[in-house]
Ligand binder design. Structure first.
Ligand SMILES: [Fe+2]
Length: 299
């Protein structure tokens, strides 16, 4: 009888944990650029909306891309940012490319930007090159230690893609080489531990993923301990600050290993850079965060 109850409890927990992978949380974060040293008049910076997705993990992904398109179709999405771990297996390259192509129906005016994560590097160099060229064919900009400058209402935005830190592929000097002195700086990278090395590389905002919010965050995400210093600083998800600069860690959209989540949910976040705080996005459901609020929540 005891065995039966134990097995039944575990089965129920597993079912709940699997269902959690469909329960996507939508966040809205506003970052003010009031103290940006690169902008002549930060107060006048025209707000810019960035839709951020991370850790898609095609092998274990429960969220239909058309649901995201529907949820955000009434929003002005200026830029789509994908911060790595699209897949593990090369047979899923077509699936990943088709997924991103559907998201691009949101028609982000400034483009779709992708950086790779540690799982993407499980692919052979040949298959990774295929993934990159397929993403570029549909119109993505895949940034590997390089930057691209775009113009938003006459203002410059430098999108700086730094390759994966956890697999020692980050080359900060190369990525920041020739980034103009003026203009806002948005860094995209997979492993947020990169911020620990960026004292000499100024930026206004950095987006990352990698930790999956623990994914199985119950009773505690002990398995994250080996994933770098930020975890030991209790920075595993949400908005944080290091060296006085804000950065955001997404819980990711897909799962790795087992296709379950406990005390963690798939996440999509709309970030507004610049201007005054905006009205929260009305999606399903809504969580609006400020740096102070998020830090308090995670403490
Ligand atoms: Fe991941």
């Amino acid at each position: 009888m005891l065995w039966f109850l134990l097995v039944a409890a575990l089965a129920l927990l597993f079912i709940k944990a699997y269902r959690n992978t469909f329960d996507v949380h939508t966040n809205h974060v506003t970052i003010q650029l009031a103290s940006s040293p690169h902008l002549r008049d930060p107060q006048d910076f025209e707000p810019l909306n960035i839709l951020h997705l991370s850790d898609l993990h095609m092998e274990n992904l429960s969220i239909d891309p058309m649901r995201i398109v529907r949820d955000f179709s009434g929003q002005s999405v200026d830029l789509l940012a994908i911060t790595g771990d699209l897949l593990d297996r090369h047979k899923n390259i077509p699936k990943a490319v088709a997924y991103v192509e559907k998201l691009m129906q949101l028609q982000p005016a400034l483009g779709t930007f992708v950086v790779f994560g540690n799982h993407d590097y499980v692919l052979s160099p040949l298959k990774l090159a295929q993934l990159k060229s397929e993403l570029e064919r549909i119109g993505c900009q895949v940034l590997v230690n390089q930057h691209v400058t775009v113009e938003h209402h006459g203002q410059l935005l430098h999108v700086i893609g730094v390759d994966d830190f956890s697999t020692r592929r980050s080359q900060l000097e190369k990525a920041f080489q020739s980034v103009p002195k003026t203009g806002a700086r948005l860094v995209l990278t997979h492993d947020p531990n990169l911020v620990l090395q960026m004292k000499d590389y100024a930026y206004d905002y950095l987006l990352a993923g990698h930790f999956h919010g623990g994914q199985i965050h119950w009773p505690r995400p002990y398995h994250l301990v080996k994933m770098g210093k930020l975890v030991r600083l209790n920075m595993v998800k949400g908005l944080h600050e290091f060296d006085g600069r804000p950065f955001y860690i997404s819980e990711g959209l897909g799962q790795t290993g087992l296709n379950i989540r406990l005390r963690s949910r798939p996440e999509i976040t709309l970030h507004t850079m610049g201007g005054v705080p905006q009205e929260p996005f009305v999606g399903t459901p809504v969580q609006t965060a400020s740096l102070q609020e998020t830090a308090a929540t995670l403490a």
